[in-house]
Write a protein of this length. Structure first.
Length: 342
């Protein structure tokens, strides 16, 4: 095997090995945070609704009457087998919440991420290419303002303008009640399920509900991408290989796109991946604003109900998702930029 192949394999194995203690640390923090919360989880969620005997039975069934070390080891073992516990208030498996509502969050996050990339890469490219021009100033100003804007405030403005005043898009939900009744949730991703039905009206209804929350969330994240792409474009445009390409008579358009822009994207991969992980967290506020039935809205509901077991399971899923995304981005970055492997 070549040296490059060996270094890549070693890097992949190292990153995977480092992900294991990261996961353990995150899971330990989640476990401890839920245990230091005031009061008993069963009492907090069901106190006043059940008798003391029934509360004790629920506590025993949840394993909360056992020593803290035993609870911790059982928690690790259950997560390793894909069991994230059961909710106290509904006795519902957290896994089913992840399947039913987590797909809504992933659908929202994915399209928000695509919008962030398209807007961020486009404006960042133009701002870097036309430095110190009105295009550059406008792009930088847009990036700063949109990044600083709170997601709920931007969402409310979008609902008011495009939903209420103009009536272009619906302001809440993943689909209209009629569409949800007709939609056969095969994959639980409404956009894919609407395509499977073959009904254009169902598809357009799902898309129209997806537009405002995904655009709102995507635009807020695009500010980071704009700034990063612009800075890297300015650096690559000063490179010797760019000057050499110009000296060979290559058109300015090809110099910018094929030489400068391509190399400017290398550090963007890492940051873009981290932004995807941040989007998972930012989706919670977006889901609350647009009444999007994702896993974030379920987390808020269980927090209101003081169902700490459900909260623990959902936060664990979020933590594992962030670690998985970070690992995937590191591996992609190693393929894109060979310097990372050494």
């Amino acid at each position: 095997m070549s040296r490059h192949g060996t270094s890549l394999r070693a890097y992949v194995l190292t990153r995977v090995a480092l992900a294991i203690p990261t996961v353990l640390i995150l899971m330990t923090m989640v476990f401890l945070l839920m245990r230091v919360a005031p009061g008993d989880p069963i009492q907090a969620a069901l106190g006043g609704q059940l008798s003391q005997e029934q509360l004790d039975q629920r506590r025993e069934a949840a394993g909360l009457d056992r020593p803290i070390v035993v609870q911790y080891l059982e928690y690790l073992g259950n997560v390793a087998t894909g069991d994230f516990g059961r909710t106290v208030t509904e006795d519902r498996a957290v896994t089913s919440i992840v399947v039913d509502n987590g797909t809504a969050t992933l659908e929202l996050t994915f399209f928000a991420f695509m919008i962030a990339l398209v807007v961020g890469l486009g404006i960042g490219l133009l701002a870097g290419r036309f430095r110190d021009t009105p295009i550059d100033v406008g792009g930088r100003l847009f990036g700063i303002v949109i990044y600083a804007a709170p997601v709920f405030f931007t969402g409310f403005l979008a609902q008011l303008l495009f939903g209420r005043e103009l009536g272009w898009f619906p302001t809440s939900g993943r689909a209209s009640p009629v569409t949800q009744f007709e939609l056969d949730t095969v994959t639980h991703f409404f956009l894919l399920d609407s395509l499977i039905t073959g009904d254009p009206d169902v598809f357009l209804d799902v898309v129209s509900h997806l537009v405002m929350p995904s655009v709102t969330l995507g635009l807020l994240v695009s500010g980071v991408v704009i700034r990063l792409v612009r800075v890297n474009m300015l650096q690559t445009l000063k490179g010797d290989y760019v000057e050499a390409a110009r000296a060979r008579g290559i058109s300015e358009r090809n110099v910018v796109l094929r030489h400068a822009f391509r190399n400017a994207l290398v550090p963007v991969v890492t940051v873009a991946g981290l932004q995807f992980a941040i989007l998972l967290g930012g989706a919670i506020l977006t889901e609350e604003t647009f009444n999007w039935p994702g896993i974030g809205s379920e987390l808020v509901r269980y927090l209101d109900e003081r169902d700490y077991i459900a909260v623990q399971g959902i936060i664990t899923v979020f933590a594992l998702a962030v670690v998985a995304v970070s690992l995937i981005i590191d591996l992609i970055n190693a393929f894109v930029d060979p310097r990372v492997r050494y």
